[in-house]
Ligand binder design. Structure first.
Ligand SMILES: Cc1cc2nc3c(=O)[nH]c(=O)nc-3n(C[C@H](O)[C@H](O)[C@H](O)COP(=O)(O)OP(=O)(O)OC[C@H]3O[C@@H](n4cnc5c(N)ncnc54)[C@H](O)[C@@H]3O)c2cc1C
Length: 434
């Protein structure tokens, strides 16, 4: 199966506001490198960056244009969290695992700023404003308070603190929350400019980055691998699979496909709010998430408000998901009634059975890093350091991502109705306040 055509680029605010896009040529012919990296998102580029630092010659092969995947169309929230909380990780897997993963999250956030400085990335617009998690009911607020106390007391995380209902209302402009947990670590970024900046900088450093070059298949040959591309073949000692939620585009990454549930996440952006009743909303410029299971989240970019949420499973954009987001946004911020929504877009996040990302080896030639469960801006951009270590023979210990295997999803063929069922159940629990 050939890669699907990219969706209309103009739909995303990031495409509409990106810096001039460098063109990364297509690869053809018979070529040889040390390592083939399949996928030109944060994971693939970060991996190539650190492989080159280790003295190897990688090639990044991207099926579409750089930024077509989730890395070019996400919410730009820079966070070090995982979908499963550190307290739960400690309870189930031990404190040392929670400490290691918390450290990885901190490392990933700090790495964003370091990479911007190191590569001189203009236009990434990184603002380390932190994030506020807003509780939609008393039960969720109690859980946030307990989590914040545990993070401070057990992990020594001084970035988290609790905000009462009045403080959350003052920050968000929305009266619908009973309190929240502020985390001053992390912030917001222009995700596509960040990605294009990294790709351009790597190319200027002599690292091969090629777009519109789908790897159709990978086969072993002697003590290496051969990747089939539309107009040729690429040989290397090893291959890295960095295709995350888009691991079903071709058979080259078929081994990962059944371990990932692609879950559609949709976003909308308003017109600039200056001069409208919503002009003062979200003045601190943080990112904001809710505690509902079917989480909504919001942030500003320049003078626009962005509002996102996870919707129903589907291969394409859905008008009804966008309409539901607009309705939820106006319910939450009545000042936005009548404000024009100028951009609507969506993409796939990669959920895993155990809610954590995984990096490891499929065999002695094939390494993978996938399954960010919707929080990969910081982590996927930093993970290349550890993927490169794996490629060069080290055994990094990142806690669950390296200690647990990537499990196949049981009854994978039933994932679409199963996700719809779970989404419907979560919506019901949210609606009754559980
Ligand atoms: C709408 C949305 C909002 C999100 N918001 C946030 C957020 O605010 N904060 C956060 O931390 N995370 C967020 N995420 C998640 C985050 O974007 C991802 O975790 C991250 O971008 C994953 O990066 P990646 O490089 O692993 O994958 P991707 O960026 O998806 O890159 C994979 C690439 O592989 C390519 N590919 C696939 N098959 C082949 C092949 N055979 N040959 C060559 N190339 C191939 C694809 O074309 C694709 O470009 C969001 C995701 C979505 C979809």
């Amino acid at each position: 199966m050939l890669p699907q055509p990219p969706p209309a680029d103009a739909a995303s605010l990031w495409q509409a506001t990106s810096l001039a896009r460098p063109s990364f040529g297509r690869l053809s012919g018979e070529r040889s490198f040390d390592v083939i990296v399949i996928g030109g998102g944060y994971t693939g580029l970060s991996t190539a960056h650190y492989l080159a630092r280790a003295g190897l010659a990688p090639v990044v092969l991207e099926a579409n244009r750089i930024g077509w995947g989730a890395s070019g169309r996400n919410g730009g929230v820079v966070s070090g969290k995982f979908r499963v909380g550190f307290k739960d990780i400690a309870a189930r897997h031990g404190l040392d695992v929670a400490q290691r993963m918390h450290g990885l999250g901190v490392e990933a956030i700090e790495h964003v700023g370091e990479l911007i400085d190191e590569l001189g990335l203009e236009g990434a617009d990184y603002r380390p404003t932190g994030s506020l998690r807003c509780a939609h009911n008393a039960r969720s607020f109690a859980m946030l308070r307990s989590e914040a106390a545990w993070l401070r007391d057990v992990l020594g995380d001084t970035a988290v603190s609790i905000r009462d209902a009045g403080e959350v209302a003052a920050e968000t402009g929305s009266g619908g929350f009973v309190g929240g947990m502020l985390n001053t670590h992390g912030g917001v970024i222009h995700p596509l400019n960040f990605l294009l900046g990294v790709a351009g900088a790597l190319e200027r450093r002599g690292i091969a980055v090629h777009e519109n070059t789908a790897v159709a298949r990978v086969r072993r040959e002697g003590d290496g691998v051969v990747a089939e591309i539309p107009d040729g073949q690429v040989r290397a000692r090893q291959v890295v699979l960095a295709t995350n939620s888009y691991s079903d585009l071709t058979p080259a990454t078929a081994a990962l496909r059944t371990s990932i549930i692609p879950f559609r996440s949709a976003m909308i952006a308003t017109e600039p709010l200056a001069g409208t009743p919503g002009a003062g909303l979200l003045a601190s410029g943080r990112s904001y998430t809710e505690t509902r299971r079917m989480m909504r989240w919001f942030r500003k970019s320049g003078d626009r408000l962005l509002y996102g949420g996870r919707g129903a499973f589907g291969r394409t954009d859905s008008d009804s998901a966008f309409a539901a987001l607009e309705k939820a946004m106006v319910q939450q911020f009545p000042e936005l009634a009548g404000v024009e929504v100028t951009h609507r877009w969506s993409g796939l996040v990669a959920m895993t059975l155990d809610s954590v990302p995984h990096l490891g080896r499929l065999d002695d030639r094939v390494v993978y890093s996938v399954g960010y469960n919707g929080t990969g801006v910081a982590l996927a951009s930093a993970i290349g350091r550890h993927v490169a270590a794996l490629v060069t023979g080290a055994k990094p210990d990142l806690g669950l991502p390296t200690r647990l295997p990537l499990h196949p999803i049981p009854l994978y063929g039933l994932r679409a109705p199963a996700v719809r069922l779970v989404a419907g159940w979560y919506q019901f629990l949210d609606a009754i306040g559980r």
